[in-house]
Design a protein around this ligand. Structure first.
Ligand SMILES: Nc1ncnc2c1ncn2[C@@H]1O[C@H](COP(=O)(O)OP(=O)(O)O)[C@@H](O)[C@H]1O
Ligand SMILES: [Mg+2]
Length: 361
């Protein structure tokens, strides 16, 4: 999180949007800090674009408010909100040069003369396309075209920048370049930014905080690390990163710690969520890097049938199956290669932070 004079606060308060009978956005509240980059992350159809369009003024909400620096903007038409937006496939005007494309929104807002030229130069420099003023869009790569679209959105000097999956059509390397670009922009301009994405890596690498959306609702709004390490719901848990799920039952509860009997045949002490009781069926979620293979039996080790071991870069990914039929992935650094045939037990790694979720039966 970073605060600069350019950054505005953006508050979305209890926002609900309907298309006919269908709820597209369902009571979303987000308090975004000045200069913060927030990623809206969620599967297709969860309401990300709709939320962005309400903020930009293209879609009217059924209930709730949007505030910039504390003042509601809901009564303002889109062109008076001073919000820059870049769409996923925002085609540039093909017959206009790069400079003309960047100037387009300026003229529409009554900016004239040398000020137009100054802003074209400034914002093409910002996206590092200073030498491309006279090119036509077809003479640019996909990544360069998206940078022009970004310069066009920035040239009107918006108070808020909205990016709707702007890099989804780009290949992997270009996407990385653009992600760095957005990060750099945010450092230099301090612009409060919302980036819509369905790509968790993009959200994790670019955003100060991530709002994970599901079915029109925000299920968690937190830092990337907190979302990864302490997912609040099973949906967030499953959507971010790779995880293993195992069935168990709460055998005992003491001072916020649950002793869980795994169906796979071991007993684990885990931090218990509020409202869970003895006997409750639970799901334990643990990341592949937080599991370890072992050749030593014990109360906190459960038997597995080892499967394939795949070298992936600097890591070894082991597949295994538990006695109750759950399939596990276990990741280890690819340093030593002890004989896997002896390692028929699985345990929690030393620093493991498994998450406990109530399981509805
Ligand atoms: N103009 C529209 N009319 C009717 N339904 C729409 C319209 N736009 C989006 N929807 C529906 O609203 C829901 C949310 O859509 P959207 O905001 O585009 O999701 P996302 O951007 O997360 O993929 C979806 O079920 C979608 O089908
Ligand atoms: Mg969308």
């Amino acid at each position: 999180m970073q605060s600069t004079p350019a950054g505005r606060t953006l508050d979305v308060e209890d926002l609900t949007v309907r298309y006919g009978q269908a709820l597209a956005v369902d009571g979303v509240t987000l308090a975004i800090e000045p200069g913060e980059v927030v990623a809206l992350l969620g599967p297709s159809g969860c309401g990300k674009t709709t939320l962005l369009r309400v903020i930009a003024g293209f879609v009217r909400q059924a209930a709730g408010r949007v505030r910039v620096d504390g003042a509601t903007i809901d009564h303002l038409p889109a062109n008076q909100r001073n919000i820059g937006i870049v769409f996923q496939n925002y085609a540039l005007f093909p017959h206009m040069t790069v400079a003309e494309n960047v100037a387009y929104g300026l003229r529409a807002r009554g900016v004239r003369g040398s000020e137009v030229q100054a802003r074209i130069s400034r914002f093409l420099d910002v996206v590092q396309l200073g030498g491309f003023r006279e090119r036509l869009p077809r003479q640019l790569s996909g990544g360069q075209q998206q940078r022009v679209a970004l310069a066009r959105a920035l040239a009107v000097e918006p108070s808020i920048l909205l990016l709707d999956e702007p890099f989804a059509a780009l290949d992997r390397n270009l996407r990385l370049d653009m992600q760095i670009e957005v990060k750099r922009l945010q450092r230099t301009l301090g612009l409060t930014t919302i980036l819509v994405t369905h790509d968790q890596d993009e959200a994790m690498s670019v955003a100060d905080r991530i709002a994970v959306m599901n079915k029109g609702q925000v299920e968690q709004f937190d830092t990337p690390v907190a979302i990864y390490d302490r997912p609040q719901t099973l949906f967030v848990n499953g959507f971010i990163g790779t995880t293993n799920l195992m069935n168990g039952k709460v055998a005992a509860l003491r001072n916020g710690t649950a002793t869980v009997a795994l169906d796979a045949g071991a007993s684990l002490s885990l931090s218990a969520p509020a409202g869970i009781g003895v006997g409750a069926p639970v799901l334990i979620s643990v990341r592949p890097e937080q599991l370890a293979l072992s050749s030593v039996p014990g109360p906190d080790a459960w038997k597995i049938v080892p499967g394939l071991s795949l070298p992936i870069g600097a890591q070894l990914v082991h597949e295994a199956r538990t006695a109750d039929g759950a399939s596990l992935k276990i990741v280890e650094p690819r340093r030593t290669t002890p004989s896997d045939s002896a390692r028929i037990y699985c345990t929690l790694a030393a620093d493991a932070r498994p998450t406990l979720f109530p399981r509805s039966t």
